[in-house]
Ligand binder design. Structure first.
Ligand SMILES: [Zn+2]
Length: 63
């Protein structure tokens, strides 16, 4: 089996993995309730899409 001539140092390993962190992206805010939601989706909190009420969301008190 092939053996690497020199193994990579801890600092080389760590600097390589410095760019691999997961970042939160692709979030947009609702135009009605200003909560963060997935872009191009109906707001799960108030049921608004493109400043119009699309679906009725049952609140905790209505049940
Ligand atoms: Zn909303």
């Amino acid at each position: 089996m092939a053996v690497p001539r020199s193994r990579s140092s801890n600092s080389k390993k760590n600097s390589r993995s410095a760019n691999s962190a997961l970042k939160a992206k692709g979030l947009s805010t609702c135009s009605n309730c200003n909560k963060t939601k997935m872009p191009h989706t109906v707001c799960p909190f108030c049921g608004f899409y493109a400043k119009k009420s699309v679906i009725a969301i049952k609140s905790e008190t209505e049940k």
